[in-house]
Design a protein around this ligand. Structure first.
Ligand code: FAD
Length: 458
């Protein structure tokens, strides 16, 4: 970096209206890592801009002086996405957390990037609307768009890329562009919105995001069902998708993970592979779909079907799935968590999950296997002791084996967490033919490599 620390702070202070820039040690540390297992690196300064104009001014300065810029949302990403590996400026969006416009008749909402998904859903509720994408953490919409996040409801409503209608983006040189519009569809030119979604802060900084939203269903029914094996559970999930019931959520938690949940909460669930499901519709339709699904699951060996309609009881039923990562964190004090995700064609999913569990057991790494099985997406949580390098090596080995298996079966090295630092080594294998095109796009939009350098394409 060609600028002294004190001058950098002065410049950033000048470029934010309320002098919102700091080199406070604690704040630098808060912006040095995310929720991943990758080593932290301190930024040189953290700024809190309040408008696209301020970000544009920051970007122009950073570009002229070749200073790295790393956007920082809630910092919940899992592959080192927001670690400023080359130092520089960390942009925090907490001053840009306004819901700018709700258009109930168009099922659209425009937000600033620092709005979180629960904040958005609270505001939408008054209009009878909701936003379905639900990564486990209370992430920001900016971060979710930048990682192309998804979650338990993607099987019905789709992923972030399906929801983003328009982005206001500040480019590396400070130029401000709009990538889309308000229309539900468009055949006009290249799909730049789709390209920026999932770009992990490496192509531009999002300053406004227009999203598709949905009517809150009149009735919701949640259920869980246990199975004799992971294979039968995944086959049953495929059967449900094939039956055309329009399932809203279908999640798998494996037997070892249910044991961990029981050990860390007041539940005493049967310790067997379990599917968690949810139906959205009206009272008659959810009742009908649930009974049809129950019958179908039983034909695949499903037992112990439990269903809930009341919102508190539903939340309790989903706790086992939602609190799994924390059940492992509490169950293994002092250990770090490597959270990996892959996605495969559905026909290959049960083989991949069995392979993951067998590899964890063979190498001796404790952890969970859980998945958004309706999408062919699953996660492995791998626990290791950070002060014992041999444990970290074992976790790395399991992670590589899970990813290689997915790639060899036509899958992807990440279904939703993204590339960040951790998955960059697999991108060349997955996209051998197109990596040079991706590099070309990066060079065109960010010739000085200042936007989140060291991520995705390294
Ligand atoms: C317990 C747990 C469970 C999780 N489960 C899921 C899951 O089910 N599905 C899933 O998809 N993810 C999951 N995640 C990962 C994480 O929550 C998502 O990746 C989320 O989308 C990150 O949002 P964030 O606001 O925390 O972004 P951050 O982590 O702050 O940033 C993520 C990336 O986005 C970039 N970025 C942030 N804001 C902007 C902006 N305004 N403009 C441009 N780039 C920006 C950053 O530079 C970084 O590269 C989970 C995480 C945890 C801890």
């Amino acid at each position: 970096m060609n600028i002294a620390q004190a001058d950098l702070l002065l410049e950033m202070t000048k470029r934010t209206s309320e002098k919102r820039a700091t080199q406070n040690e604690t704040i630098l540390r808060q912006h040095s890592s995310d929720e991943s297992y990758h080593s932290p690196v301190l930024p040189d300064v953290v700024v809190y801009p309040s408008s696209a104009e301020e970000i544009s001014s920051i970007m122009s300065f950073a570009n002229e002086n070749k200073i790295p810029v790393v956007p920082f949302g809630a910092g919940s990403s899992l592959e080192g996405h927001c670690i400023p590996v080359k130092g520089g400026i960390s942009i925090n969006f907490q001053e840009m957390n306004q819901i700018l416009e709700i258009r109930p008749d168009d099922f659209l909402v425009k937000v600033q990037p620092g709005v979180t998904r629960t904040q958005l859903n609270l505001a939408l509720k008054k209009h009878g609307l909701f936003f379905p994408v639900d990564p486990g953490a209370d992430a920001t919409i900016g971060g979710m768009a930048a990682t192309n996040a998804s979650g338990t409801t993607s099987v019905k409503y789709g992923i972030m890329r399906d929801q983003v209608r328009n982005l206001q983006v500040v480019l590396a040189d400070g130029q401000v562009i709009q990538t889309g519009g308000l229309a539900a569809k468009s055949s006009a030119g290249y799909h730049l919105t789709g390209m920026f979604v999932g770009s992990e802060g490496t192509l531009g900084v999002f300053t406004e995001i227009t999203l598709k939203v949905y009517g809150i269903p009149e009735a919701v029914l949640a259920a869980r069902c246990t199975f004799p094996s992971v294979q039968s559970a995944v086959e049953a999930a495929s059967g449900v998708l094939g039956s055309g019931t329009g399932i809203a959520r279908i999640e798998l938690v494996d037997e070892r993970s249910i044991v961990q949940v029981n050990n860390n909460s007041d539940t005493s669930y049967t310790e067997a592979p379990t599917l968690f499901l949810e139906f959205h519709g009206n009272p008659a339709s959810v009742t009908y779909e649930a009974s049809l699904t129950k019958e179908l699951l039983e034909s695949f060996g499903g037992v112990e079907w439990v269903e809930e309609r009341d919102s508190k009881a539903r939340a309790k039923l989903w706790e086992a799935r939602h609190h799994l990562a924390y059940a492992f964190k509490h169950g293994y004090p002092g250990k770090s968590m490597m959270f990996t995700d892959v996605c495969l064609p559905l026909s290959e999913l049960s083989g991949a999950i069995v392979h993951a569990r067998e590899t964890m057991d063979a190498i001796g790494v404790p952890g969970a296997v859980l998945g958004h099985v309706g999408d062919g997406n699953f996660h492995a949580i791998l626990m290791y002791d950070p002060i014992r390098p041999e444990e970290r090596e074992k976790a790395d080995k399991v992670n590589s084996s899970i990813v290689e298996y997915a790639l060899n079966k036509g899958g992807t090295c990440t279904g939703e967490h993204g590339i960040g630092i951790g998955k960059a080594k697999y991108l060349a294998k997955e996209h051998a033919d197109t990596l040079s095109i991706m590099s070309g796009i990066k060079k065109q939009l960010d010739p000085n490599d200042i936007l989140n350098p060291g991520k995705i394409i390294v």
